[in-house]
Design a protein around this ligand. Sequence first.
Ligand code: SF4
Length: 294
Amino acid sequence: MEDSIKYCGICPRGCRVDRGSGAAGVCGGGSLPRVSRYGLHHGEEPCLSGTRGSGTVFFSGCSLRCVFCQNHHISQQVSGREYQTHELADIFLELQSSGAHNLNLVTATHFAPSVIEALTIARQVGFRLPVVYNSSGYESLETLRSLSGQVDVYLPDLKYYYPESSLRYSSASDYFEHAAKAVLEMYRQVGPLSVDKSGIAVRGLIIRHLLLPGHLEESKRIIDWIADNLYPGVWVSLMSQYTPVHLARKYPEINRTVTLDEYEQLLDHFLERGWDTAFIQEHSSASRRYIPTF
Ligand code: SF4
């Protein structure tokens, strides 16, 4: 663990700072995992929230730092407190005891080595929940390979297709280049989505995509890429919930919500690719044509 943060290249930013000495990279992470909050979460896709909730751990900081981040208080400010790895393991066990269907690690990338250590400790004393890795998609292959065998369900975003967009809104022109490789590696590790008899995800890949206002064509390119590379095994979660929070007001073209027409057009494009394995949001009347909404 110490080596990986000494000259940190855990994510594609490659900041090469010594996090153990107090230096911070783009994500703001230090030497110990910092957790903003944790608990049972009921707002995820149905196969994750189920009836009892997803045992969600929100890590503080993020390597992507989107200007419209709805969790910016967690992802772009220092919040919560630092935990030793054995304490992080205790959190995992506490969530299991509270009835969670799974352990949902939200933006854990910059603390991946500590998370692996904590999972190892927890499993030695009875932790057995499926582990969900909830990610921005901006991942390095090396870090993902270190998670092989540790993660059961990958839940990455695919946010942008065009470098101009990812540069403008997340200061990462190489987003799609890395995220596309990352998603393929995730699929290689866990394969298509499988659920238990209660409909709870136990293994597989779910790709999330948030439609941005005025970016319908870019969203279609993302759907096309997924269809070309991962159809038919993968499930996609198409989200319409964008709201112009945080710094979005400084970007006039995204300083509004998504229209029903934009979302319906995206869903139509998805259907035209011959797919029906999608989670969609109730924003749309088209939801009646699909399987689960959330
Ligand atoms: S994990 Fe943080 S410090 Fe390390 S390369 Fe990524 S953004 Fe930089």
